[in-house]
Design a protein around this ligand. Structure first.
Ligand SMILES: C[S@@+](CC[C@H](N)C(=O)[O-])C[C@H]1O[C@@H](n2cnc3c(N)ncnc32)[C@H](O)[C@@H]1O
Length: 459
């Protein structure tokens, strides 16, 4: 069949037949796929061609001829364009079904587990304003320091004042800082020239304690004139601010934070509680952005593990120790490892804060430390893993399987790498038993799940 020679700005009438995992509608014209923002399956649209590649293109909705019954109307399109809320136009019930389907499809496709009984996604009670953390880029637009979010797959700043899914007080702090920085004519970072001072504003607001920590990511630690007055005004307006820090990052890479921090006000951390335990959280350390849902996630992980008072437990990728400390008084001993030194200091401090004497934390990669612990004779009964999006290293999976632990509890924020790791664990004699997604990220495509593997054969 001859392929249509699509031209930019041409308009076609078409059905939206699917949704990508990042929330774009899929339209096929003569078998050629186009990805379209703000288009839902079941809708018929007039689509304008924006860009055509070799095997797919991008389009824009010019007009809706019919709309899906699952559409949420009136959502600011910037939330879709930036990915702040790339599923904001889909009803929450459908978002949950879509996420469950994604997990099933990945288990079928990657792990060849047809019809694995993935449980229904545990919904969030709070589907907006739930995030306890914002990382907002700062750039100039028409000569004016502006805060917002990058358009998806680009570094073009779209101004945003109401971030919709994060705690409103975080938005208020960002706007206050933006306006004050404008007054003292602070320069914002320019990626092309690598000039300018302020790159990002990172704000965390602890969910239960309401303590706020602000990190200003800047290119040099010299403070602009007027910063002292600005800090006084800021902390007077928001008395729950406990920490303001500079983070110096003059690199061109894509990491938001540099290595060096300097405290400008208060202390270098905030404190919050999770499942009744107290946690100190430093600026470079990971902390789940949806506290209420993370508590549900961790509780399910503990239930899957069927903890016993005699259990020796490994908490791999331990961050500030939340998972291990949350169960430490129910088991014999916790061993945790984590690459970020400040997070490990937090974990050690957090164990003391919670009067625990049965935890041990080390700085290093899970794949290097676990084999070392095995050699030293540590024999865990349960291994918890909570890796970043790239999932587990093969060396780690082999070592975790060699432990002969009775179960491995896997918390994943990326079902694609999780499905890959399912295959590896099953090759090593651990059978996937249960998969429970929990919605930590309403209005977005992100999926979190907890799974357990049980030992089936001696390795
Ligand atoms: C998803 S977070 C989980 C943290 C913690 N379990 C929690 O619930 O807050 C993943 C953690 O793994 C750490 N990390 C990344 N790569 C690692 C590695 N190779 N070995 C150990 N920790 C790693 C990150 O710094 C981060 O703290």
């Amino acid at each position: 069949m001859d392929m249509i020679n699509f031209k930019k700005n041409e308009i076609f009438e078409a059905d939206v037949i699917d949704l990508t995992h990042e929330g774009q509608g899929v339209v096929k014209i003569e078998h050629f796929p186009f990805f379209v923002d703000n288009a839902l399956p079941g809708e018929r649209i007039m689509m304008r061609v924006l860009k055509v590649g070799k095997s797919f293109g991008f389009g824009r909705v010019e007009q809706f001829l019919t709309q899906s019954e699952h559409r949420v109307n009136g959502v600011n399109l910037d939330y879709l364009r930036t990915g702040i809320a790339d599923f904001g136009h889909l009803s929450y019930e459908e978002q949950l079904k879509f996420k469950q389907k994604q997990v099933c499809q990945l288990l079928t496709k990657t792990a060849h587990k047809e019809k694995f009984p993935v449980s229904n996604v545990i919904p969030a009670d709070r589907t907006l304003a739930y995030r306890n953390k914002a990382q907002v880029p700062v750039r100039d637009i028409d000569g004016l320091l502006t805060t917002g979010f990058f358009r998806k797959n680009s570094h073009t700043l779209i101004p945003v004042e109401n971030f919709y899914i994060q705690a409103p007080e975080i938005d208020a702090v960002i706007l206050f800082l933006r306006d004050e920085f404008r007054k003292i004519t602070v320069s914002s970072y320019d990626e092309k020239t690598r000039q300018g001072w302020l790159r990002n504003i990172v704000v965390r607001k602890a969910y239960y304690s309401s303590e706020i920590m602000i990190t200003l990511v800047v290119t040099a630690d010299k403070l602009p004139k007027g910063t002292d007055r600005l800090l006084s005004a800021l902390t007077e307006k928001f008395p729950n601010i406990k920490s303001v820090q500079l983070n110096i990052n003059a690199d061109t890479g894509s990491f938001i934070l540099g290595k060096k921090f300097k405290v400008l006000y208060g202390q270098g951390y905030i404190t919050d509680t999770m499942l009744g335990k107290t946690f100190q959280i430093s600026a470079p350390a990971f902390y789940q952005v949806n506290t209420e849902q993370a508590e549900k996630l961790y509780q399910i992980a503990y239930d899957f593990a069927d903890l016993k008072a005699t259990d020796v437990v490994i908490d791999a990728y331990s961050g500030i120790g939340t998972i291990g400390i949350g169960m430490a008084d129910k088991v014999h001993q916790i061993y945790g490892m984590e690459v970020i030194p400040e997070a490990v200091s937090d974990a050690k401090h957090n164990a003391r804060l919670n009067n625990l004497s049965n935890t041990h934390y080390e700085v290093g990669t899970a794949e290097a430390i676990l084999p070392k612990w095995l050699k030293a004779g540590i024999k865990p009964d349960i291994v918890f893993v909570d890796p970043p999006r790239k999932g587990l290293d093969e060396t780690f999976i082999r070592a975790a399987s060699e432990t002969q632990a009775r179960a491995i509890i896997y918390i994943s924020c990326n079902p694609a790498t999780f499905a890959r790791d399912v295959v590896r664990f099953e090759e090593q004699g651990y059978q996937l038993d249960k998969v429970q997604p929990v919605d930590l990220f309403p209005q977005t495509h992100h999926i979190e799940l907890v799974a357990n593997f049980i030992k089936t054969s001696a390795c």
